[in-house]
Ligand binder design. Structure first.
Ligand code: SF4
Length: 758
């Protein structure tokens, strides 16, 4: 892959996030890629009721919306999708796949929208045009020739709409497999497992308005300034209403400390100029990488000591007695954890932990938010269950201003799971699906993402079908993933733009170009809309407004229906009807998925509707009907001398694997991505200097992995911790290293060493 770090400039991170720079940067992307008229039309519809749902993160929209209801990253995502740049057959004729494969992710993404189906034939060097009928026929033919349906895997990314996702999983299950890995496997699977066990629902228990009713917001392992920027408005609103905030994160991130609201309609019109920045975190705990569980256990151990010293002063005894189970076993486990281990694991002082615990005790209600800084660790599930334990001690679930807020990263990643995109099935979903469509679903669980990669590597999976996403760049262990894909007989990408996965092909590879969310989706019964679910369970419509990038691209829903018909033949399912009229899909969803009653009516109401959320109402749908204290021993990673812990991070100029630019304004990085953020003491101890190129080696049971030529950047990060951007650092993440019980790759905690590049 090309190295673009030569122009790298490093400066001090800014003192405030967002503000006028967010506005100018957003406009630069919008006007530069879309032109002023198209950009203005898009902006006026983005995140508006009945408009285009932002295809970037899953943060919900407020009930009352201003005319600029999006952030800098939402603007970048819209501009990236609605760009006027296109690539057609001439582009592919003049660039071999081998040539494309050495280009950077940034360059690949910059080329523009795909305009027609393309195929890389076996032993071919270039993608060539192919008609839809032939392409669909080839895929169907390959699928039906497999010895078992389980020799195919069907990946989904979080952009896919509810309607397309529902039909996709229906097709895959009717075909005979549960091999439905998704990007959730790589991000919030740990959350889904942990919360389902502890409170009976693997989702958030709050709504946006709770931020204005809370006394305290705890943000753990999340960088909202870059990854869910409009969350900063909610944090600022909470602060304005008097709340405190604790940020628990190894890196000092400006998006956690100070915010200038770039939307003048949110209050003071001059605020955008930075006159009154909102101070966010009152307390920043620079936790050692992998030390979140130690922090939580330390805070709860201190609270337990205080409660014992003065019974009734800290814990919500009534809530614990009536609504929970497992309290005695849990407190006994806290007693058994030595303070020395808590201090070592967290990398913090007892005073820092006490201060955080005092803030929790002082708060009548509190919200805890987290993201992949928590979920992508070996002990992620247990750590999230300690977050729940903290809330249960205070009765802080199911009342205003109190609850759990996992922040999902891709706009419909949660909705896709609700629609059945999962390698497993709940008994209710299985029974409803079988009842609605009259077939027996496959009983065995399918493969998750990590298992799918292993199956392709071992020759057990021969077809890889990706509904969106950029699997090769999103997955850990880049070389292993490339090898796995190369071993497939056929790889298929349903995508809007060229990406790394399309240039990391199997023996044969097909690109099926699809509509973006901002484009008009015309079908036989008229223009269609789709729907998505936010991280706070709000389901709303999204309707495109732009003419499609080409007359030869199709909607994801249409592609699924055509593929299903070609693969399954006449099977009693009205695939043509579904493709023609998405209302029919929503009718079927209503009969299969609990909570979608009257879907077609409620989705047309301005702002959509909320799915049922029992824990928010104080009801815990666990087998016992109680919220469960979960007891686990303290875990953290000890590193031997000469080694460090590394976390992967995103820059402000990227969304997931999509690289919009080479800058990271919030960390003072300009013009490069191959950097490693290190503590100044570590840099000195290793005899390194700022800007020096280094190699990074990671260590795992199966050996070492190495990346070369990363520039050293001094940064505020705990000693013996470091950070680098993904996907550049993905080759260091071992495929075999994943969270217990959820299988989420441990991309946030990798044991590495750093040496000068020779
Ligand atoms: S906060 Fe997320 S969903 Fe909202 S505009 Fe920004 S990127 Fe899009």
């Amino acid at each position: 892959m090309a190295d673009e770090s030569e122009e790298l400039k490093v400066s001090a991170p800014p003192k405030v996030s967002a503000g006028i720079h967010a506005v100018t940067n957003a406009l630069r992307h919008l006007y530069g890629k879309m032109g002023p008229i198209r950009a203005t039309r898009g902006m006026l519809k983005l995140n508006q009721k009945g408009g285009i749902d932002c295809q970037s993160c899953a943060w919900p929209d407020p009930e009352h919306r201003t005319i600029n209801e999006f952030c800098e990253n939402g603007a970048k995502a819209l501009a990236d999708e609605a760009t006027k740049k296109k690539i057609g057959r001439e582009f592919f004729a003049s660039h071999s796949v081998a040539e494309l494969a050495v280009e950077s992710d940034f360059w690949i993404n910059q080329q523009g929208r795909l305009t027609e189906p393309m195929i890389l034939r076996e032993a071919g060097t270039h993608y060539e045009p192919i008609g839809w009928d032939e392409a669909i026929g080839l895929v169907a033919g390959k699928l039906t020739s497999l010895a078992s349906p389980d020799e195919a895997v069907f990946y989904t990314s979080g952009r896919t709409s509810n309607e397309a996702a529902f039909l996709y999983q229906l097709f895959v299950r009717k075909f005979g497999s549960n091999n439905l890995p998704d990007c959730s496997n790589m991000c919030h699977e740990s959350t889904s497992v942990a919360l389902a066990e502890s409170i009976g629902l693997g989702k958030a228990t709050i709504r946006l308005e709770d931020f204005e009713k809370t006394d305290l917001v705890i943000v753990i392992g999340q960088n909202p300034g870059t990854n869910a920027p409009r969350m900063l408005s909610s944090l600022a609103a909470a602060k304005k209403a008097g709340a405190k905030m604790i940020a628990i994160n190894p890196l000092a991130e400006v998006g956690l400390t100070s915010f200038v609201d770039p939307n003048p309609q949110h209050g003071n019109p001059l605020s955008v100029l930075g006159f009154r920045p909102a101070k966010l975190a009152d307390l920043h705990l620079p936790v050692r990488i992998g030390g979140d569980m130690a922090v939580l256990k330390g805070m709860m151990k201190m609270m337990l000591e205080r409660e014992r010293a003065k019974p009734g002063s800290v814990f919500d005894a009534e809530f614990i007695a009536n609504e929970t189970a497992g309290f005695d076993e849990f407190t006994a486990s806290l007693d058994a954890v030595p303070w020395e281990e808590i201090i070592e694991g967290s990398g913090l002082t007892r005073d820092e932990l006490d201060e955080a615990a005092e803030m929790v005790i002082a708060a009548r209600s509190f919200i805890t938010c987290w993201a992949m800084g928590v979920t992508q660790h070996t002990a992620a599930v247990a750590t999230i269950q300690d977050i729940v334990n903290l809330h249960l001690l205070r009765g802080a679930i199911g009342r205003p201003g109190a609850g759990l807020c996992p922040v999902r990263g891709h706009s419909n990643v949660q909705g896709d799971r609700t629609m059945g995109i999962w390698e497993k099935m709940t008994p209710v979903f299985r029974a409803n699906l079988e009842g609605e469509f009259g077939f027996t679903t496959p009983e065995r669980d399918g493969l998750n993402t990590v298992e799918s990669i292993a199956a392709m590597r071992d020759g057990k999976a021969k077809v890889f079908f990706a509904m969106g996403g950029n699997f090769a760049a999103a997955s850990p262990d880049t070389e292993a993933v490339a090898d796995a894909l190369a071993k497939c007989d056929l790889t298929i990408q349903v995508i809007t733009k060229l990406n790394r996965t399309a240039v990391t092909p199997g023996r044969m590879s097909i690109i099926l170009p699809c509509l973006g969310r901002s484009e008009i989706d015309r079908q036989a019964s008229g223009d269609q809309f789709v729907s998505t679910e936010s991280t706070m369970l709000n389901v709303q419509m999204s309707k495109g407004i732009f003419e499609p990038a080409s007359e030869h691209i199709r909607s994801e829903t249409w592609i699924v229906c055509r593929l299903a018909k070609a693969t399954l033949g006449v099977d009693g399912i009205d695939w043509d009807g579904f493709a023609a009229d998405y209302d029919l899909i929503r009718d079927a969803i209503e009969r299969v998925v609990p909570g979608f009653e009257n879907y077609n009516v409620r989705i047309r109401e301005p702002g959509g509707f909320y799915l049922p959320n029992p824990p928010r109402e104080g009801v815990f749908p666990t087998p016992t009907g109680k919220a469960l204290f979960k007891t686990t021993p303290l875990e953290f990673v000890r590193v031997q001398p000469g080694r460090m812990l590394m976390t992967t991070i995103r820059s402000h100029d990227q969304f997931n694997t999509t690289i919009y630019g080479l800058d990271d304004r919030y960390r003072g990085i300009d013009g490069g991505r191959r950097v490693i953020f290190m503590n100044e003491d570590d840099i000195a101890e290793l005899g390194l200097s700022s800007g020096q190129p280094v190699d990074i080696t990671s260590y795992w049971d199966d050996g070492e992995r190495r990346v070369h030529g990363f520039a050293v950047v001094p940064y505020s990060i705990p000693k013996r911790c470091c950070a680098a951007y993904f996907p550049e650092a993905n080759p260091l993440v071992p495929l075999g290293s994943h969270a217990k019980r959820s299988g989420t790759p441990t991309s946030k905690c990798i044991v590495v060493s750093v040496e000068p590049t020779l």
